[in-house]
Design a protein around this ligand. Structure first.
Ligand code: IMP
Length: 429
């Protein structure tokens, strides 16, 4: 087993950063394949907390090459900020990072459109991160996007003028927002030319040659399967494919290159932004429940990118089973088990009920999913601490029983268990 796809299999924020950071020292390459600065991977090293938006979590390791693939969308301002933060901390970013020359650029008009669309939707808004992700992927599919390689294109000026004419018409005529000025766009392009172009590379070629020479690759996903534009809770999703299959298209490698799919999920469930969440217990809008509040407070459930409070709820095995199927998950990594310490009982949602019928998979229609109520199995909780445990025999029997039940119901082995924020707080099973 050499190459691993590591992905979130709930609604994002599963603790992927820590797991990828743990696996990275064994890998030669860590490669991001989708998403952009909507992601926020928090790494804790000693007492230092680092949030990465674009750059793969492997960047902190001396012998690991970090790649940003063609499937991602890159905001020059934010990526350069991230690079500078790492450079200031002594990380030799220019030696360790390469960016696909086919990456789409997030430009100021994408952010303006994202904000104006959300404002226009009012109550029905998606609750996006506001980073311009959706409009940038729209431009990619509509074949009017600007890629890193296009910074040198002869027709760049004409394409930008046409894009701005279209965007400013949308902004002013339909969305009642202000127009975006060409000078703002040029600032982003100049920065990309100066700081990102020197890192531009043919990523599929690098991967092909390095894999041929025996390199191990970790394909790093962002967001989670339930935010996938096809398989998630559409339209309350992000605008890219977040599933394991996207690793191939988003980097330019074939299916034969993937040996293992690691599905990362919390021992409970969280979500930020709007959309269905069948096992929801607690949110900032007034839904209250003692166990849900316990998860939010003890788990410090605030978005790494936006700081928004996350909605919390019980572990949803219907969601995880769905994720195991659509991603071909071979191994589960469960994070934040310690957050459940001190609860009298813990629940697993094993099916949904809707209109007197039991469902064992997720309906495609969001409204139908909204009408589903969870069917729970209740297991005894534990009062002992699991914080920092490094092996199964340090865990209370009831915590082990929960893990075993998750494995049974989700038909997938748990091979990693995270019991705290630090690198050492981990059990390999
Ligand atoms: P967008 O990706 O900014 O367009 O946001 C679309 C939806 O995905 C919103 O509900 C966001 O809260 C959610 N989302 C996007 N990125 C992340 C992430 O990294 N973690 C959790 N939720 C995310």
């Amino acid at each position: 087993m050499s190459n691993i796809v590591a992905i979130g299999i709930q609604w994002g924020d599963e603790g992927k950063g820590k797991i990828v950071d743990l696996l990275a020292p064994e890998m030669d390459i860590v490669a991001r394949f989708q998403g952009g600065p909507n992601a926020g991977h928090t790494l804790v090293i000693g007492d230092q907390k680092t949030v990465l938006n674009h750059i793969p979590s492997g960047i902190l390791h001396a012998d690991t090459l970090s790649l940003i693939g063609n499937g991602t969308v890159v905001d020059p301002f934010r990526l350069v900020e991230e690079m500078d933060m790492l450079l200031d901390a002594g990380v030799p970013v220019y030696d360790r990072l390469r960016i696909s020359d086919r990456c789409q650029l997030i430009l100021p008009y994408h952010r303006a459109l994202d904000a104006a669309r959300e404002a226009a939707k009012g109550e029905g808004k998606i609750g996006t991160t506001g980073r311009g992700i959706g409009p940038c992927y729209e431009d990619k599919t509509a074949r009017r996007g600007i890629r890193l390689t296009d910074l040198n294109a002869e027709d760049l000026d004409a394409r930008l003028e046409e894009n701005l004419r279209y965007v400013n018409f949308m902004l002013t005529e339909f969305l009642h927002a202000g127009p975006v000025k060409r000078a703002e766009v040029d600032k982003a392009l100049d920065l990309a030319r100066e700081r990102l172009l020197p890192l531009a590379a043919d990523v599929p070629l690098i991967l092909h040659e390095r894999i041929k020479a025996g390199a191990r690759v970790l394909f790093e996903g962002a967001q989670g399967s339930m935010l996938d534009v096809d398989h998630g809770t559409y339209p309350f999703v992000t605008s890219s494919n977040t599933v394991a299959g996207a690793a191939l298209a988003g980097l330019g490698v074939g299916p034969g290159q993937v040996d293992k799919v690691l599905g990362i999920c919390k021992a409970y469930t969280t979500r930020v932004g709007a959309g269905p969440f069948p096992t929801e217990l607690y949110n900032a809008e007034g839904m209250d429940d003692a166990s849900g509040r316990h998860m939010a407070e003890k788990g410090q459930e605030f978005g790494a990118t936006t700081g928004r409070p996350r909605r919390t709820g019980w572990f949803d095995a219907v969601v995880v089973q769905h994720a195991v199927r659509i991603n071909g998950v071979t191994d589960l990594a469960i994070t934040k088990l310690d957050v459940l310490d001190g609860l009298d009982e813990v629940k697993l949602c094993v099916a949904y009920e809707r209109g007197g019928q039991q469902l064992v998979s997720i309906p495609a229609d969001c409204r139908a999913l909204d009408e589903c109520t969870p069917v729970y199995e209740t297991l005894p909780g534990w009062s002992e601490t699991t914080f920092g445990a490094t092996s199964l025999d340090q865990l209370p029997a009831n915590a082990v029983a929960l893990l075993r039940r998750i494995e049974e119901v989700c038909e997938c082995p748990v091979t990693m268990l995270s019991t705290g924020p630090d690198r050492d707080h981990i059990c390999h099973l």
